[in-house]
Design a protein around this ligand. Structure first.
Ligand code: HEC
Ligand code: HEC
Length: 438
């Protein structure tokens, strides 16, 4: 503490001098003095910002292991059984649906529909949420009415609107399926097949559904090149002006709390169970933001189709009513800012590919040829001691980055399939080919 106080004093000294000089000698000298002060301040602010950023990043570190409850510990046998049950349509009365019909791995473990479609093809009241990372969940369902994954699974099976099968006929049905007998015996040697063990097995399988490591995670753990500069700006906004992290916190981007974010609807939400707390009216559970890009539309009622529109909603603040969270108000995010927040949300999902980095060093590109997919980006990083000017004149993928000083990095997105020839206009021996596939 003592040494940092001394440093601050030392930094303040030129400021004092500058003001004194300004008074005596006039404007020109004052601005000269102010420039010096500006520089020293900036160093301090930068150092503080860097420390703050490190602290922020630490909040998002992936946990090392999956938590399982004491009364239903992990065993691989339970997972195998739970997985089979999860994908089995015999768990619905008409054998039309399994859990995966509405929580489909190919759709970010959601269903891609506005609201779920249940028994008899009837629409449900709410959007099917993802089941990713629920091992860390505190309460389940959009209104938090279900206390555990075990109970939730049994509710989904038996609810008339969802899978509509009572436990008795289900147990009868599964007893007649030969493969289940040894699976239950291995997973629950003492209990065998019961309603409770069906719930436990499915819940154990669900807890193993954890989102893949994303480039975002690599960045959090220290790989500076894992995500683009724009995504880093998005992360900063997410944690500051956007205020997103007030509710979407931690590695799975949720506080498991209930908030009214001002969406247009009349439903009581969490308020159904807590009618005396005004803020719980219209409030729903904060969803995690992992695997986000694959599971649009968004919100408890599936009312928002794209991430851009989600950001627009937050930017506007939503409907002003007594139950609305105090954090919800017009934010004044510029379009670019909005975009970057979206990018961070996407990166957290691991659904966006990592940006490929090409460095320039010793007047060479780090690779002479790379292949990427249409729409992917490459980050060009000048890791050299001299400026470079990266140019492509290949049709459909033309760009000119201008003079890039040492240390500069720029993302380029390639739009047209084919070969793009890249050179440095200052050092024409520097050449590389980017092959863009469709
Ligand atoms: C017909 C579609 C449908 C089927 C089938 C279905 N669900 Fe769901 N699921 C939903 C909907 C809709 C919700 C949200 C309901 C609510 O909040 O009221 C939900 C909520 C959940 C949640 C809570 C998620 C959270 O973040 O709180 C879990 C867990 C879940 N379902 C697991 C399952 C399991 C396990 C099965 C199979 C036994 C299953 N579901 C079958 C549509 C379905
Ligand atoms: C006051 C708490 C709060 C704040 C602040 C907040 N969110 Fe949310 N977010 C929620 C809740 C609650 C929902 C679900 C609301 C509903 O369905 O009624 C949600 C839903 C979302 C969804 C949809 C996810 C899905 O699976 O449907 C996205 C994306 C999202 N928020 C991103 C953001 C971003 C980006 C910011 C910052 C600009 C932000 N949120 C700020 C609480 C918050």
């Amino acid at each position: 503490m003592r040494s940092s106080g001394l440093i601050r004093l030392a930094l303040l000294a030129p400021a004092v001098t500058a003001i004194a000089l300004g008074c005596v000698i006039g404007f020109e000298s004052a601005s000269y003095g102010a420039a010096i002060v500006g520089e020293t301040r900036q160093t301090e602010v930068e150092a503080k910002a860097a420390a703050a950023l490190q602290a922020m990043k630490a909040e998002y570190r992936r946990p090392a292991s999956i938590p399982f409850p004491k009364d239903n510990p992990y065993t691989p046998q339970k997972v195998s059984l739970g997985k089979k049950l999860y994908f089995d349509t015999r768990l619905s009365l008409t054998s039309a649906q399994s859990c995966a019909s509405c929580h489909n791995p190919g759709l970010g473990w959601g269903d891609g529909l506005t609201v779920g479609v249940g028994h008899g093809m009837a629409k449900l009241g709410r959007h099917s949420p993802t089941i990713v990372n629920l091992a860390w969940g505190a309460a389940f369902m959009w209104d938090g009415r279900s206390p555990s994954l075990e109970e939730q699974a049994l509710e989904a099976i038996q609810l008339p609107a969802v899978m509509n099968i009572k436990m008795e006929p289900l147990l009868e049905r599964l007893s007649s399926v030969l493969e289940y007998k040894p699976l239950f015996a291995a997973a629950f040697p003492d209990e065998g097949m019961t309603g409770a063990t069906i719930g436990k097995a499915i819940a154990t399988y669900e807890r193993t559904v954890v989102s893949e490591r994303a480039p975002f995670d690599a960045w959090i753990e220290g790989d500076e090149k894992a995500i683009s500069e724009e995504a880093k700006r998005g992360f900063a906004l997410f944690n500051t002006k956007g205020q997103c992290s007030s509710c979407h916190e931690g590695w799975n981007f949720t506080n498991d709390g209930f908030h009214d974010i001002g969406l247009a609807h009349e439903h009581p939400g969490r308020g159904k169970f807590l009618p005396d707390i005004p803020k719980m009216k219209h409030a729903y559970k904060t969803p995690g933001l992992r695997e986000l890009t694959k599971r649009s539309p968004y919100m408890h009622n599936g009312s928002i189709a794209t991430l851009e529109q989600v950001i627009e909603h937050y930017d506007g603040g939503g409907i002003d009513r007594p139950s609305r969270s105090d954090l919800m108000k017009p934010l004044g995010l510029t379009p670019l800012a909005s975009l970057t927040i979206v990018i961070v949300a996407g990166l957290s999902a691991g659904a966006l590919a990592a940006n490929l980095s090409i460095t320039q060093k010793g007047r060479l590109f780090s690779s002479e040829s790379v292949t990427i997919k249409k729409g992917d980006s490459i980050t060009f990083v000048n890791d050299d001691t001299v400026p470079h000017n990266i140019v492509s004149t290949s049709k459909g993928n033309e760009f000119n980055l201008g003079s890039q000083p040492p240390g500069a990095s720029t993302d380029v997105t390639f739009k047209e399939p084919g070969d793009a020839q890249i050179i440095c206009a200052i050092h024409p021996r520097m050449k590389m080919t980017v092959t863009i596939t469709d």
